[in-house]
Design a protein around this ligand. Structure first.
Ligand code: SF4
Length: 305
């Protein structure tokens, strides 16, 4: 007689133990639980209203692929936007996967590249920049996604942020005492002059998203960006250690943040206006994108002399 633990919902062998709740799932019931929970988050929080057009910020990785797959299955009108930063050895594969996925799902894919928009790939920018690549990439990606979503007339922009991403961002901002970013994390992006962002996976731990893509046979890349900063990896390892010892701590971090948000959000944020050069949202006269582009131009000129 087999002593394999069985699924809580049927007599099949269990393949996953959700330690925070003690539930055991077989393959079929894990997929059912996962899809149901994501759908519930989308519907309960009214992330998308019927008739609205939604773009998915697609990277070809497991998270955004899962978001696109589930929103399509739910019958929403969706398209995908992929930002090609120009990261050699990393972006080519994810771009190929994204194209294939969109073809299978019959979803329109819009690709926007740093090279076309700014005249440089991220690799080229990084070659001459002492700063971390993320300094440029984060600002440029956000700007291009927002611009494209506006041009396409989208009502919502869905991103693949999962529970782990959310808890890492919360803790990173706590540790840095970056109150502005901590507040912005919980604020609706349309109040910041951007197309409203939604995060359908924010309640789903990363390992559950990975298991879902594996069980569904989705061809996704698990490669990490070569420029990923080590500070985030350190925070990630720290939270994962805590989670191992205290199952459910990631949910506690998220719930704790949601509880304090109404208090910290009373703090006056720097008022957003329009950048006087490009018209994008900005807390200063000139937005960060324009400032960073100036820096790149100045370095290019310095090199040409
Ligand atoms: Fe861009 Fe890579 Fe940094 Fe993410 S980790 S912001 S993709 S450079």
């Amino acid at each position: 007689m087999s002593c394999m633990p069985v699924c809580d919902r049927c007599s099949e062998n269990s393949i996953y133990l959700r330690r925070s709740s003690g539930q055991r799932f077989c393959r079929e019931h894990f997929v059912e639980y996962f899809e149901k929970k994501v759908k519930k988050t989308v519907l309960k929080e009214r992330m998308i209203e019927r008739g609205e057009k939604t773009g998915v910020a697609l990277s070809g990785g497991k998270d955004s692929t899962t978001v696109l797959k589930i929103l399509t299955k739910m019958g929403f009108e969706v398209c995908a936007i992929l930002i090609d930063e120009g990261i050699g050895g990393y972006r080519e594969k994810t771009l190929k996967d994204a194209k294939e996925l969109c073809k299978t799902l019959e979803v329109r894919l819009h690709v926007v590249s740093f090279k076309e928009a700014f005249g440089h790939t991220l690799d080229e920018i990084k070659k001459n920049a002492p700063e971390n690549a993320c300094t440029y990439c984060g600002v440029f990606r956000r700007m291009l996604l927002n611009k494209k979503a506006g041009q396409l007339g989208l009502d919502k922009l869905a991103t693949g942020h999962n529970l782990d991403d959310e808890t890492q961002a919360i803790l990173m901002n706590y540790v840095r005492a970056d109150l502005n970013r901590l507040i912005r994390l919980g604020m609706s992006s349309d109040k910041m002059g951007m197309v409203k962002r939604i995060k359908p996976l924010k309640e789903m731990p990363e390992k559950e998203v990975a298991l879902f893509t594996h069980l569904k046979g989705l061809d996704v890349s698990f490669d990490e960006c070569p420029y990923q900063i080590s500070f985030r990896s350190g925070i990630r390892d720290f939270i994962n250690r805590l989670e191992d010892e205290n199952p459910g701590i990631k949910f506690s971090i998220l719930r704790g943040y949601q509880k304090i948000f109404p208090y910290i959000s009373k703090h006056e944020l720097q008022k957003l206006k329009r950048c006087e050069r490009c018209g994008g949202p900005s807390s200063q006269k000139t937005c960060k994108t324009c400032k960073l582009l100036d820096t790149i131009k100045a370095r290019d000129k310095g090199r040409d002399k």
